[in-house]
Design a protein around this ligand. Structure first.
Ligand code: GLP
Length: 241
């Protein structure tokens, strides 16, 4: 696991966007693994700006997103499908038919998870996976537990995550209690992973990444088993006070 420590949020986003843009330029038909949450927003803005400047072409790019609330309709403005459409896909020339987000309104969520994992396996493989990290060390919706899941699955959210994510909803009771999420192995199938962490609230989680320990109590720590992971963080997330 490699670390890049930047001064602040903006620098982390610039660094992350440069890495993703580099993959798109080198491989115009690449497959991006994308994340939601507030952290990657600045990276998406920078990628859009490059596209608008005519420096980036997404016409042959496809993508897989990490997760989606369950149940939620894709046009609910809190769904991750809606988030991706408004913050990235509608603003660039990606073919939406080539973008996948787990279907939060699937009648059979277990089948949806199986189909999603099968679609990842049937693809040429994710070239670069972008990750955020929860305050408790969760990635996608793989929450701290004694046992983690390998593949895409339906899962419950912890109280910690419901609280953290309630800022996007009117009431805490509106936050869906479940989600469809890639598992640890689905994420680690990606050839390259970048994990973005900014702000003091993430510093305990980053501290665990800096340690030698691998534990299901901090799902992101399992990324130490992957050969090509770069954590890009700001000073606030890197240095716990
Ligand atoms: C959610 C998402 C994660 C994300 C995390 C952190 O729980 N499922 O993929 O990494 O939030 O979000 P933020 O970047 O807003 O702190």
């Amino acid at each position: 696991m490699k670390f890049i420590v930047c001064k602040n949020y903006d620098e982390v986003m610039t660094e992350a966007a440069a890495i993703v843009a580099g993959v798109v330029r080198e491989k115009p038909d690449c497959i991006l693994g994308l994340a939601t949450g507030s952290t990657p927003l600045g990276m998406y803005d920078r990628l859009v700006a490059e596209y608008e400047a005519g420096k980036l072409d997404f016409s042959r790019v496809s993508s897989f997103n990490l997760d989606e609330y369950y149940p939620i309709s894709p046009d609910n403005d809190q769904s991750y499908r809606y988030f991706m459409n408004t913050n990235l896909f509608n603003r660039i020339n990606i073919d939406k038919a080539n973008t996948r987000v787990p279907n939060g309104s699937a009648a059979d969520p277990e089948q949806e998870c199986k189909d999603y994992e099968a679609a990842i396996d049937a693809s040429a493989g994710v070239d670069i996976q972008v990750l955020g990290i929860g305050q408790n060390g969760h990635i996608a919706f793989n929450e701290p537990e004694d046992k983690l899941y390998a593949y895409t699955h339906l899962t419950g959210l912890t109280e910690n995550t419901i609280k953290a994510n309630s800022r996007f909803f009117e009431n805490e009771s509106d936050v869906p209690r479940q989600a469809l999420t890639m598992g640890m192995a689905s994420i680690m199938k990606a050839r390259k992973i970048i994990l973005l962490a900014t702000g003091a609230a993430k510093c305990e989680a980053v501290k665990e990444l800096l340690s030698d320990r691998i534990t299901t109590a901090v799902p992101a720590s399992l990324l130490k088993l992957h050969p090509d992971v770069t954590v890009i963080c700001d000073e606030a997330a890197y240095n716990c006070n």
